[in-house]
Each structure stands twice: as C-alpha cells, then as structure tokens.
Design a protein around this ligand. Sequence first.
Ligand code: AMP
Length: 231
Amino acid sequence: MSDLAGNVTTKPAVLILLGPPGAGKGTQARKLEDQFGLVQLSTGDMLREAVANGTPAGLAAKSVMEAGGLVSDEIVLAILRDRLSAPDTKAGVILDGFPRTAGQAEALDSLLAYSGQNVTAAIAMEVDDEAMIARVAGRYTCAGCGEGYHDDFKQPAAAGACDKCGGTEFKRRADDNAETARNRLQAYHAQTAPLIAHYKALGKLEAIDAMASIDEVALGLGTIVTRVSSQ
Ligand code: AMP
C-alpha cells in the first residue's frame, strides 16, 4: 500500500492463526510478537485467566473448557471486545484461537469495521490429527516464564529446571490430556475448520505446513506476515 506521496505505508495487521489444538498457534504467536511488534490475543489465555479469577464468565466457561467444548460466542466475544479496546492492540494483533465459529468471524468483522480495520490474513496451520493428540497430551510449561516443554519431545536440559529462566515449577493445562484433546479436535473440525473456506473465498487465506520444526514454521510465517503486511 502507498500514500498520496507514494511512500509505502502499512496498516496495523490483523492476523488470524487457524489450526487445531497443538498446531503451535500459541508458540508461533509469541514469536511473531517478538519479531513484528504485534500483540498476541489468545482467547484461551483470556478464558483461563477468567477461570482462575472466578469471574462470572470464568465460572460459566470452566466446565465447557474441561470437557474440550467451545465456550459460547457471547462470553468469548465480550472478553475479546474488552481486550481489543486496549490501546496496545493498535500496533496490530495476532489472533490465536479466535475466531472459532462462523458467528465469531462475523462479529470480528463488525468489531474491526468500527475502527476502520479489517482482517489482513488468516493463516491455516496444517497438521496431522493423530500427531496433534500426542503433542497436546504431553505438553507442559514453566510456571515462571511460560517456556513450553513436552514429556516426549522436549525435556529441560537439566532435569526439573527451566532452560530459559531456571524456574523449578511447571504446570499443565487441565484440558491437555488425550481424551479432552480428542473432543477439542472434534470441535475444531465441526466448527472452526469451515472458516478456512470462508477466508479463502475472501482471498485472505494463507497456509503453512505446521508439522515442520518450530524454527522452520516461524521462518515461513515470518515470510507470510512480511508479505501480507505490505500489500
Ligand atoms: P486454547 O487455549 O485456544 O486451546 O483454548 C482452550 C479452550 O478455551 C478451548 O478448548 C475452548 O474451550 C475455549 N476457547 C478458547 N478460545 C475460544 C473461542 N474463540 N471460542 C470458544 N471457545 C474458546
């Protein structure tokens, strides 16, 4: 895009990471934050915080999340609307885990239109279902800095101590077990995967092979984000 004087300008990007649980949306969103100065908006994190704080939204969401279902559009939208109104999001955002239904996609367009924005691109992170169950079921994070680990694929170099901050406390999400992961995958295919066709029809779909290593996926995503941000 360029302005009247011919200078190249970029609008704050609104990027959507689409993909099943375990595809690496959170990991990659944090990398894109560092690389592009964008703000990661994870509705899953916002809901977990609401659950931890015992807010009315959190109380309503808790059992649905534990079963691996989708929280109502009404609750999710109220939480996201609040977060999107904060000034730090004006630099551009990466939506991680939102939208997850056609209703949420429609509501997002209305929310953005209100501030003269629209979706820059939706990036589908393509993965293999069975591998996702294995990825999700063994994962845990450092309670101090959030660095991610996995029982089978990535243990800390020194047992019991975080590679990044040295912390010795780790936590697992209540819904990161094989049974709940299957329900989450089912919810993804039934309600979220149709959004891939939706964004394709709008000419906003990008896709990446998310079975590759974290660094390779990050490299590919960086190329996509650079390209779509300057269009
Ligand atoms: P995530 O951290 O994105 O894997 O989300 C964890 C759980 O939070 C999901 O399994 C859902 O129960 C709930 N959740 C997160 N984002 C949404 C959303 N956009 N719509 C409905 N439920 C959501």
